[in-house]
Ligand binder design. Structure first.
Ligand SMILES: Cc1ncc(COP(=O)(O)O)c(C=O)c1O
Length: 382
C-alpha cells in the first residue's frame, strides 16, 4: 500500500526505552508503569490513572468499580467498536443501544433519555474519532437519573470539551493505546478517575485482586506474602509497554498538531465539493482527530461506499469504516428490522469512509489522498 490507513509514529526514543527495560531484567509491571501513570495523570489533569493492557480491560474494570450487576442496563451509542458493547455483557448486564446524530457522529442526548429505564445504571458516551460528546447534556441526564458516566475515550487523547481535558469530566474515563491510536504501546489502556476508592480497587483487580505490592514480591523490597481480597483479572500493563508509553506521551502534543494540520488540509481540499459531506465538529471542543471520517453524498454520485473503497485501494490508499453499527452483527440478530430504530447510524453507515490521518503523513501524501478521492467521486457524478 502506497499510503496505509495508519502508521505508528515511533522513533529511537521508544526503541531505546524498551531496550533499557529489557536490559534491566524486569519486564512486567513495575517502576516504569507507575511512572507512566503519574505522567498520564499530570498530562490529563486526573487524580488517579491506572495502567492496564487494553481499553477493553479499562472499560471492564470501570463497570466492576461501579458495581454493575446481572440485569442492569448500560446505554451506549450503536455506532462504536464492539468492545464498548461486550464489556457490559461480561457482568451479565444488558447493553442498550442509542442512536447517533448523523452530523456529529456522536451519541444523541435525546436518544439517551428515550432509552432510560428503572434498570439503567450507567451511560458510556464514546468520543468518536477524538471528538467530545456533548458532556454537559450527558452529565445533566446522568445527574437527573442518578446514573454513572463512564467515558469511552479510546480515540480522545488529547481532546478538550469547553476547555476541559477529556479524562476529567465523567466518573471514570478509559483510554486506548492500541497500535492505531493517537499514542500507542502496541496494546494498552489507561483508566482515569477522581474516586480514589474505585482507583484502589481497580488497581487490585487488574492483577488478580491481590494486594497492591504483589508485583514487587521478587525484589529486595518485596515479600512473598499477599492477600486476595476478591478475584480479579490479568489486566496489568508491562514495563516494556509503559516505557514506550512514557515516550509516546511526550510526543502527544506534537503528534496532535500534525493530525490537526492534516485534517485542515483535507477540510480545505473538500470544502467546495457537493459530492461529499465533511464532519461537523463542535466549536466549543478540540478534537483529537484520531479519525478523518467523510460521508459520500450518495444523492450526487453513482458510486457506493464499498466500490469507492475498492478504487482507493487500487490507487494504493488504505481506508477503513468506523463503524459497523452494533445491531448489524449476527450476535444481535443481523441487519433486519433492528436497523429501523437507528436512522442516524444507518445514514452514516451507508456513506462513511475513514481516510488516512497519521503523524508523519507528508503534504504530498495528503494531497494525493484528497485528489484521488475527489477524482473518483467526480468520475461518478450523477
Ligand atoms: C471506541 C473504542 N472503544 C474501545 C476500544 C478498545 O480498545 P482496546 O483495543 O485498547 O481494547 C476501541 C479500539 O479500537 C475503540 O475504538
Amino acid at each position: 500500500m502506497k499510503i496505509p490507513f495508519h502508521k505508528a509514529f515511533l522513533g529511537r526514543e521508544e526503541a531505546d526505552a524498551a531496550a533499557d527495560v529489557i536490559k534491566s531484567g524486569w519486564l512486567t509491571m513495575g517502576e516504569k508503569t507507575f511512572r507512566f501513570e503519574k505522567d498520564f495523570s499530570a498530562y490529563t489533569g486526573a487524580e488517579n490513572s491506572i495502567a492496564v493492557n487494553s481499553c477493553t480491560a479499562a472499560l471492564h474494570l470501570a463497570l466492576k468499580a461501579i458495581g454493575l450487576k446481572p440485569g442492569d442496563e448500560v446505554i451506549i451509542p450503536a455506532m462504536t467498536f464492539i468492545a464498548t458493547w461486550e464489556v457490559i455483557t461480561y457482568s451479565g448486564a444488558k447493553p442498550v443501544l442509542a442512536d447517533i446524530d448523523r452530523h456529529s457522529f456522536l451519541i444523541d442526548p435525546h436518544e439517551i433519555e428515550k432509552k432510560i429505564t428503572q434498570k439503567t445504571r450507567a451511560i458510556i458516551p464514546v468520543h468518536y474519532g477524538g471528538e467530545s460528546c456533548d458532556m454537559d447534556a450527558v452529565m445533566e441526564i446522568a445527574r437527573m437519573h442518578r446514573l454513572y458516566v463512564i467515558e469511552d475515550a479510546a480515540h480522545a487523547l488529547p481532546a478538550l470539551y469547553k476547555g476541559r481535558m477529556i479524562g476529567t469530566i465523567g466518573d471514570i474515563i478509559c483510554f486506548s493505546f492500541y497500535a492505531t491510536k493517537t499514542i500507542t504501546t502496541g496494546e494498552g489502556g489507561m483508566i482515569n478517575t477522581a474516586n480514589s476508592e474505585w482507583a484502589d480497587r481497580m488497581r487490585r483487580l487488574r492483577l488478580h485482586g491481590i494486594t497492591k505490592d504483589a508485583w514487587n514480591r521478587y525484589s529486595e523490597k518485596g515479600t512473598w506474602q499477599y492477600d486476595v481480597s476478591e478475584p480479579g483479572y490479568k489486566y496489568n500493563m508491562t514495563d516494556i509497554a509503559s516505557a514506550i508509553g512514557i515516550e509516546q506521551l511526550k510526543k502527544s502534543d506534537a503528534m496532535n498538531a500534525m493530525r490537526h494540520e492534516i485534517s485542515a488540509k483535507y477540510n480545505n481540499a473538500f470544502k467546495n465539493s457537493e459530492l461529499l459531506h465533511t464532519w461537523k465538529v463542535r466549536d466549543d471542543a478540540e478534537c483529537a482527530w484520531h479519525l478523518y471520517p467523510v460521508l459520500v453524498n450518495t444523492e450526487a454520485v453513482n458510486i457506493g461506499r464499498d466500490e469507492l473503497i475498492g478504487k482507493l485501494k487500487d490507487a494504493g490508499i488504505g481506508t477503513s469504516v468506523h463503524y459497523i453499527p452494533m445491531y448489524r452483527f449476527s450476535c444481535f440478530g443481523g441487519s433486519g428490522s433492528s436497523a429501523s430504530g437507528f436512522p442516524g447510524c444507518e445514514y452514516m453507515f451507508a456513506r462513511q469512509v475513514s481516510l488516512p490521518i497519521y503523524p508523519g503523513m507528508t503534504e504530498s501524501e495528503t494531497g494525493y489522498v484528497a485528489d484521488t478521492f475527489l477524482s473518483i467521486l467526480k468520475e461518478n457524478r450523477r
